[in-house]
Design a protein around this ligand. Structure first.
Ligand code: MGP
Length: 443
């Protein structure tokens, strides 16, 4: 397991020979073509600068950036530092981290469409820890004032619209040439709908399946999708545990839950995790149902899972979040969980100092009922040809590389850091595409 200290990884300005030379492969294909690449992966790190439209986002919506806007020309040129790469011994020679020069990934201004209503009477949320997200509400959804609905978890986990649109564009532009048919996207942790809506807006996406474990949240997502005018047959909501769908429902993009299985242990695990049946209903014209709504084929798994709450950054610090050690995703439906008592306890417990916050992080989760962020990636890698994984901005990069190796990826993957008005907000990791072209011809 990589230690966080050892993983204070610098950035290579010079590209690794591996990053270009090794063709990208993915686990399900590797088995069939019999290729035997050395276990190695290059994480290609890029920076994307996005800026708000200042007319639409007056300064009071920028509480964390009170000095004003960073218009494109005022964003300082980003210099990459060349530091020596220090990797934990266990993964030396297996991974490297490669910085993509910023000139290859230009700043984007994605103008946010203005809406008719520009004020809202909606009360700010009571919880002070999510007030900062409320203050940025029009950044989360440009159409916020038309009736966007979020629950507690939605407030802090929904992806700001500009970033969600950028991720959808970046994903589709890079897989479209390989997928001539409209792409089918499984948004495994759909939440209140931010990323599902961004994918569904695109004409080259045929269908989006937005999965969440919480029926009420799916209803909020349906309301939000209707505000964005997403066609009713293009977005389907599925109430289910994402881990079950990724682990048991798809292999290499094909639905396999109804296929015969030989492996007895697999059958036992599947039966134990089988979600309880749920009702289907129509909400704002969209279907919300259970696993019987899943399509026969998917092309892409998009995952923006819970990271453990708002403390993820202050508790683990820069580069300190480990997908293996710190991310915990429930593998069962809430009705099947045994841990309500622990949850209730930690809900009423407000840690005051750093030590207590660290101890409280994810501590309401019973590990035997959870998978970690690395296991989650492995399930997604087996389920679909392409995977996009939104992870905390302070994710330790050797932890990501190790997770990619463990999921069977070889060659390269891309980690795109999204800066909004010069401030790092989120990062997305892209798997299933060869990103070697980003390295250009001068290496
Ligand atoms: P943030 O990192 O909590 O705050 O959320 P911010 O605005 O960067 O300010 P800072 O001063 O605290 O650094 C930034 C974005 O990260 C949110 O808008 C969400 O898109 C995403 N995000 C935050 N959290 C806590 C989660 C989470 O638990 N899960 C997911 N999927 N996304 C999250």
């Amino acid at each position: 397991m990589p230690s966080t200290d050892a993983a204070e990884i610098g950035s290579h300005i010079l590209a690794s020979p591996y990053a270009k030379r090794q063709l990208h492969t993915q686990p399900n294909r590797r088995k069939t073509n019999g290729s035997s690449l050395k276990p190695h992966i290059s994480v290609l790190v890029s920076r994307t600068d996005l800026v708000d439209d200042p007319e639409f986002h007056p300064p009071e919506h920028h509480p964390v950036n009170p000095t004003g806007y960073h218009l494109p020309q005022s964003i300082p040129p980003f210099e990459f530092e060349s530091r020596k790469l220090v990797l934990p011994e266990s993964i030396q020679g297996k991974i490297d981290i490669v910085r993509i020069p910023s000139s290859r990934v230009p700043t984007k201004i994605l103008p946010v469409a203005a809406t008719d209503a520009v004020s809202t009477t909606m009360e700010p949320p009571k919880d002070p820890s999510i007030l900062k997200y409320w203050k940025q509400r029009r950044r989360l959804f440009s159409k916020f004032d038309l009736g966007i609905q979020l629950d507690q978890e939605g407030w802090f986990s929904v992806t700001p619209e500009q970033i969600a649109d950028h991720v959808a564009t970046e994903t589709l532009e890079n897989i479209r040439s390989k997928e001539p048919q409209p792409v089918v996207v499984l948004d495994a942790f759909g939440g209140c709908g931010g990323n599902s809506i961004a994918f569904a807006k695109r004409p080259d996406v045929g269908k989006v399946i937005s999965v969440d474990i919480d029926r009420q949240r799916l209803k909020l997502a349906a309301q939000n999708a209707s505000i964005y005018g997403i066609p009713k047959d293009k977005l389907i909501f599925v109430e289910c545990n994402a881990v079950f769908i990724l682990q048991f429902c798809y292999r290499a993009g094909a639905f396999v839950l109804d296929q015969p299985v030989q492996d007895g242990e697999h059958i036992m695990q599947m039966m134990a995790a089988m979600p309880p049946p749920v009702n289907s209903e129509s909400c704002h014209g969209y279907t919300i149902g259970g696993i019987d709504e899943l399509p026969r084929n998917i092309d892409l798994v998009f995952m923006d899972p819970p990271w453990g709450g708002v403390d993820y950054n202050c508790v683990f610090g820069k580069n300190g979040y480990s997908l293996q050690d710190n991310m915990r995703i429930r593998r069962l439906h809430p009705q099947q969980q045994q841990e309500q008592v622990a949850d209730a306890f930690f809900d009423s417990f407000s840690p005051s100092n750093q030590h207590e916050r660290k101890a409280a992080f994810n501590s309401g989760l019973d590990e035997t009922n959870c998978v970690n962020g690395s296991e989650l990636l492995a399930f997604a890698a087996a389920a679909a040809p392409y995977v996009v994984y939104d992870i905390p901005k302070n994710t330790n990069r050797s932890s990501l590389a190790q997770a990619a190796l463990d999921a069977g990826y070889r060659g390269n993957c891309r980690l795109d850091e999204h800066y909004l008005n010069g401030r790092l907000k989120t990062v997305s990791a892209y798997f299933g595409v060869d990103w070697g072209e980003l390295l250009g011809t001068d290496v």
